[in-house]
Design a protein around this ligand. Sequence first.
Ligand code: NAG
Ligand code: NAG
Length: 169
Amino acid sequence: MLLFLAFSALLLGTSLASPQQQQKPECCHEELQSLVVKLNALSEEVKKLNSAFYNVHRARSFGSGSEKLFVTNGHEDNFDAANHTCIQTRGYVPSPKNEAENNALVKVVQRHNKSAYLGHIPSGYSNWAPGEPSSAKGAKTCVKIDNDGKWRATSCEEQLLITCEFTVV
Ligand SMILES: *[C@@H]1O[C@H](CO)[C@@H](O)[C@H](O)[C@H]1NC(C)=O
Ligand SMILES: *[C@@H]1O[C@H](CO)[C@@H](O)[C@H](O)[C@H]1NC(C)=O
């Protein structure tokens, strides 16, 4: 609709620019012109925002070494609560898929000297501690990342640092 209006405005503008037609039409011309001006301004604004967003994203990725963003809210809870919190904020329980992502995640848990749950164990990359995943002690069905960056099986009821993964682009 907006595009149609803008296009009409351009046509109107062109026909009015011819010397025989100096008179203003009864309706719309100025409104349409101002709409075109507004659309152009909006388009410039979107370009600037887009560029600012990608600058921030690049700076953040440069600092963390990972395209994904890993963030903690500083609270500790069991797996279900961590999953619930992450899903609610439109993130996921972390699933680092390569060393760079694992390193970015471990920086977050190291800052708090804690461990955090992992979500899906990705195929193709893993960083299990020696002897892991162990299920020796019964109900160890969750996986955590400790502050040495290694993965270990753990109870889903352990109180761990709530950390979520966000995919930015
Ligand atoms: C995480 O929470 C979502 C939404 O409540 C649920 O669908 C999903 O099964 C949960 N994941 C796990 C591994 O429990
Ligand atoms: C990190 O936590 C462990 C216990 O979980 C503790 O022994 C250690 O001193 C802590 N390290 C730092 C730097 O606070």
